[in-house]
Design a protein around this ligand. Structure first.
Ligand SMILES: NC(=O)c1ccc[n+]([C@@H]2O[C@H](COP(=O)([O-])OP(=O)(O)OC[C@H]3O[C@@H](n4cnc5c(N)ncnc54)[C@H](O)[C@@H]3O)[C@@H](O)[C@H]2O)c1
Length: 519
């Protein structure tokens, strides 16, 4: 949605005003507690005792973000493992920016240089039995294998999303974690993002009215040559390092080592793993899963009813468009996906008409609206923009015309005792916004790692209501089911009804082998 800077400012003020009404003491209290914002919001405390001893596995693009955001008061990084030489260097030195500062900048040279570096997760596990937990950020096809190796070695696991490459793997991970009595968390960071928590509070308070439609998208533009970060070049140092490792372990070269011992068909597919079906999960796994996760949070974490959609290689697959380099691309994944999901509304059990539609698109040829979710309610519209901004607009009143994108709103107690939105002629800034702006909004990575460590120290295996993990394996599996079933719906061109047994980790039924889909 294209909004003027004034309309955006109003929308942000509206959001903060509404949040301060629905949870006034909480917001102010939390803001005063910055930087412990996450703890104040998500019900954990500062860690008592020693920080949890942690190993990081995978220090590529995302692992380096997590290293930069990790909370030293909760986590003591003992070792980092990465197969690629340059990414091991990157763990220490980062990219020279705030997103990936590197451990030397984050912890100081003396502390950082004590962190030991290994090539693969097995070397790390063998060398450091004292490690209590691992944070895993490796390519999707290896999430399950690496997580299971770590669980079997007695480590609590926080693995990046998508939880695994198949639902079968998700179930196996959950079963082993349960059997070994270890925590299994999945890195869908929106569960730990204060903005999303606040937005959810507005929805729970009914301020948006009836929600019948959510539009989510992640749009990128890779049509300019050299723009696709999903097809990086293979660095000479990485090849040389893996060739040397191969020789040492008795393999011919990097490709043989990777395919015979590490689960990657080749070095090319280790580096460009997102582009191929047996190493990645396409746009729905990489991007869509985040937003379906957000939508399911907004809709009360309910399971979806059904999905259908279209996916195609509409850019990379068309001869005659794009640069020669783009034309030579041999990707298997779709570059444009469009999905529709049916979710149950709050009255669905009594009336099957109560359905909320979520549409999701991810395209590769236009980024006018980069990424976010827009929740269209009968009383207000909520826009979540790139995980960092939230805007709220009242539906214009049919009587007074008040509302819309150009008016400030405030909240009052409605006739029914519940909060209700009112339009205001004032366009002045909200005091609540000033309070909320004290700390820069965190995307949730730090908080998810803090809470993971806190649950380990307090031995909390309970549900969220009892302070447990906000995105445990069971939730991560739900997100994986939505993303992976979307892929099946697009591939088989079917409307797929989600089955309850898929969501039960103790039941072997999974969408990828369901005869009604693939038979
Ligand atoms: N939560 C988010 O917002 C977010 C954002 C981006 C990526 N991710 C997820 O993070 C994961 C990693 O993505 P990325 O962009 O960092 O990929 P990447 O290719 O940049 O990095 C992955 C790294 O893992 C290393 N690796 C692979 N197998 C290994 C093993 N057995 N032992 C040690 N190291 C190993 C590789 O050498 C590589 O450096 C993916 O699952 C991705 O979906 C999450």
């Amino acid at each position: 949605m294209q909004l003027t800077p004034e309309q955006q400012r109003l929308g942000k003020d509206n959001f903060h005003e509404a949040v301060s009404f629905t949870r006034r003491s909480f917001l102010v209290g939390a803001a005063a507690a910055v930087p412990g914002l996450g703890a104040a919001y998500f019900g954990y405390e500062h860690l008592q005792g020693n920080p949890v001893k942690v190993g990081f596995i995978g220090s590529g693009d995302e692992g380096s973000v997590l290293l930069g955001q990790h909370p030293p008061a909760y986590m003591d990084i003992v070792a980092v493992a990465d197969l690629r030489d340059l990414n091991r260097v990157r763990a220490l030195h980062g990219d020279g920016n705030d997103v990936r500062p590197g451990l030397i900048k984050k912890l100081g040279r003396e502390t950082a240089m004590k962190i030991e570096l290994y090539r693969d997760h097995r070397e790390l596990l063998k060398a450091h039995p004292e490690i209590e937990a691992v944070v895993i950020a490796v390519p999707l096809c290896q999430h399950a294998r690496v997580a299971i190796d770590c669980l079997n070695a007695g480590k609590h696991v926080l693995t990046e999303k998508l939880m695994a490459h198949s639902v079968t793997e998700c179930k196996e991970m959950i079963r082993i974690a349960r059997e070994k009595k270890l925590l299994l968390a999945v890195g869908h960071q929106r569960h730990y993002n204060v903005l999303y928590d606040n937005a959810n509070e507005l929805i729970k308070n009914g301020l948006l009215g009836d929600i019948k439609f959510i539009r989510a998208q992640w749009h990128r533009n890779n049509s300019f040559p050299g723009r696709d970060s999903w097809q990086p070049a293979i660095a000479k140092q990485d090849r040389a390092g893996l060739d040397a490792m191969a020789k040492e372990l008795g393999f011919k070269d990097a490709d043989e080592l990777l395919s015979k011992d590490l689960g990657y068909p080749s070095l090319d597919k280790l580096v460009k793993w997102r582009l191929y079906n047996n190493t990645g999960g396409g746009l729905m796994a990489e991007l869509g899963s985040h937003q379906l996760d957000a939508c399911s949070i907004f809709l009360g974490k309910v399971k979806p009813i059904a999905c259908q959609g279209y996916g195609g290689k509409n850019f990379y697959g068309v001869k005659g468009i794009g640069s020669p380099e783009q034309q030579a691309d041999d990707r298997e994944i779709d570059d444009h996906v469009y999905m529709t999901f049916e979710f149950p509304g709050p009255h669905y059990a009594e009336d099957k008409n109560d359905i909320t539609i979520v549409t999701y698109s991810s395209i590769s040829t236009n980024r006018m609206e980069p990424y976010g979710e827009t929740v269209f309610g009968s009383r207000a519209t909520l826009i979540m923009k790139q995980e960092l901004e939230a805007m709220l607009y009242k539906e214009a009143s049919p009587v007074t015309g008040g509302g819309g994108a150009d008016q400030r709103l405030y909240v009052l107690n409605g006739n029914d005792g519940k909060p209700a939105l009112q339009a205001s002629d004032s366009t002045g800034p909200s005091k609540a916004a000033a309070v909320a702006d004290i700390g820069q909004v965190s995307r949730g990575y730090t908080e998810e790692m803090e809470h993971f460590a806190y649950c380990i120290r307090t031995n909390n295996f309970g549900p969220i209501a009892e302070g447990g993990l906000r995105c445990p394996g069971e939730q991560g599996m739900k997100d994986a089911i939505m993303a992976l079933t979307s892929n099946l719906a697009m591939k088989h061109k079917k409307r797929i009804v989600f089955k309850d047994e898929w969501f039960d980790p103790t039941n072997d039924a999974v969408p990828e082998t369901d005869p009604e889909i693939v038979g």
